[in-house]
Design a protein around this ligand. Structure first.
Ligand code: AGP
Length: 372
């Protein structure tokens, strides 16, 4: 009903706006600005976490994208090798697992059959399984050794929005906690990131306050056939998430590339007027990839692409090559997906609405996929 939607026409619009609270609720009681992490509820002891030699993340769809981002953070902060795999492929390739392997299963619903079967397989192979889940008491956390719940509240729209941001928050918490428990030596960086993580709800609020031009842009692209997305480092999975949102909501061809791969083939796709969304890493000095992506933006633009650039506020170096520049707040590089994803969500939602699609119930899709 209209009341349940809080005056919004669609649940998705409401759920996008709820993101600051969803992330704040997920961090509540677990992280404090003075750098304290409290994750005892996870049911895995510090001794168990210290014995981990390898991490394997399994998930589907948007949750898989959260896993891809988690890999960058966990390997950097904890120096534990970390693989990420779509759950539907996992148990069919004879993966190498043992008691020193920590499997992290990310599932909003806790009911995705592909992820559940992967969890069962991992436990049979004696790996420890930690679930990241939004639905209390659902099957995946019940069958796992431990769980860290996201507190996004119920998500009705089929497209994951607030649950994705809270999955990211949960992944960061786990990565930072593992680093602390294992006594990682770059303590200063970790403490600074913990303090920054606590401020993410305010940063999300800032993005929501400035995202209006993205709606206009989306409406202007309702007739495009294809949209390409480019990113590097954690911006690559964000680009993948932007493309998935556009497929599922606007029924458009959308594809994401790691920007460094452009020259290995995809640049042949660029033609006059093709919209290309680029997620720019933190500016020079904080990311060695910044210059490289600026070159990529120039390359696609020289071939006629219409460049839609998502970059940190104050990053003037990209402005001359941006047909549309979307600014996001400055945050630590590894946390950038929490803010850079939001324009992607708004873009896909608005474009789908301009096409007359029902963004809460896209065709052919179910909120949780309980068949293999
Ligand atoms: C996201 O927008 C999709 N609806 C879908 O990819 C979803 O993330 C996927 O099916 C996984 O669901 P889960 O997190 O509930 O396991």
């Amino acid at each position: 009903s209209a009341a349940e939607k809080d005056g919004f026409d669609y649940f998705m619009l409401k759920e996008i706006v709820e993101q600051p609270k969803a992330v704040a609720d997920t961090l509540l009681g677990r992280v404090s600005v003075d750098g304290q992490l409290t994750l005892d509820e996870m049911r895995l002891t510090p001794a168990e976490l210290r014995s981990v030699e390898k991490i394997v993340i399994i998930a589907c769809g948007t949750s898989y994208h959260a896993g891809l981002i988690a890999k960058y953070a966990i390997e950097h902060w904890c120096r534990i090798p970390c693989e990420v795999e779509v759950a539907s492929e996992f148990r069919y390739r004879d993966p190498i697992l043992d008691q020193q392997t920590l499997v992290i299963a990310i599932s909003q619903s806790g009911e995705s059959m592909d992820t559940l079967m992967a969890v069962r397989y991992a436990r049979e192979q004696r790996a420890r399984v930690l679930a990241i889940c939004n639905v209390n008491g659902s099957t995946i956390p019940r069958e796992s050794d431990g769980v860290l719940y996201t507190h996004a509240g119920p998500e009705v729209g089929v497209a994951a929005t607030k649950t994705f941001l809270t999955q990211l928050a949960a992944c960061y918490l786990i990565g930072l906690y593992l680093a602390q428990v294992r006594g990682m030596k770059f303590g200063d960086e970790i403490n600074a990131v913990i303090a920054q993580l606590a401020t993410m709800p305010e940063q999300i609020e800032k993005v929501l306050d400035t995202v209006e031009p993205v709606r206009e842009l989306a409406r202007s692209l309702a007739d495009a056939d294809t949209v390409l997305f480019l990113g590097r480092h954690v911006g690559y999975p964000v680009a993948m998430e932007g493309a998935l949102k556009l497929k599922e909501l606007a029924y458009m061809h959308a594809e994401a590339f790691a920007a460094g791969e452009l020259k290995h083939g995809p640049i042949a796709l660029i033609e006059d007027g093709l919209p290309v969304v680029v997620v720019v890493p933190s500016p020079k000095g904080r990311s060695v990839l910044h210059d490289k992506i600026v070159s990529n933006i120039q390359e696609v633009r020289a071939r006629g692409a219409r460049t839609i650039v998502i970059a940190e506020e104050g990053d003037e170096s990209v402005r001359p090559y941006s047909d549309v520049l979307i600014e996001i707040p400055a945050v630590p590089t590894l946390l950038q997906p929490i803010v850079s994803t939001i324009p992607m969500q708004v873009f896909a939602c608005e474009l789908a609405l301009a096409k007359g699609n029902d963004v809460d119930q896209p065709r052919n899709l179910a909120k949780s996929v309980t068949v293999e």
